[in-house]
Design a protein around this ligand. Sequence first.
Ligand code: ZN
Length: 168
Amino acid sequence: MPREVLHLLLELPGEADMQTLRAAGDAGGGALLGAFSQWSSDQGSGDLTSLPVEAFRELACGFFEWCGWGTTSVSTSSDTLIEVSITDCWEAQRREGSPSGCHLTTGLLHGFFAGLAGYELGVMELECAGLGSGGACRFVIGTPEMVDSIYAGLSAGGSYEEIVSPRD
Ligand SMILES: [Zn+2]
């Protein structure tokens, strides 16, 4: 059950590094996906893999909010990228001191969406409320190559919107 998964994750030592947090999140992502399947069928949804994209997005948002993640939106700006935005993100809110981003959530999203897709995906947090963005925590999910190229573009000073929109 997801609340238990989150509870377990919250018991991690405060000094756990980014890799440890991501790995813990990734491991929990499979359990989260299992809970999502159960929750969806409790809601009367059919087979997840045959849901239209719009219905899937609504369902996934409802589930993440039910898990206590915060106000969540899931969007797809292209066929190959999923964007997840979390306002009042649970992980950003639990941090004190010097946060370095929502690594547990990044790992959870990886485990969840890669498990759902059945192939490897990359996940990156684009903006973090805990790092002073002031808004929502925003994540992007795509193939590892796409996420790598977004990372490279951002590192080179580009904006996410420029990087992912097709050039004229
Ligand atoms: Zn964050």
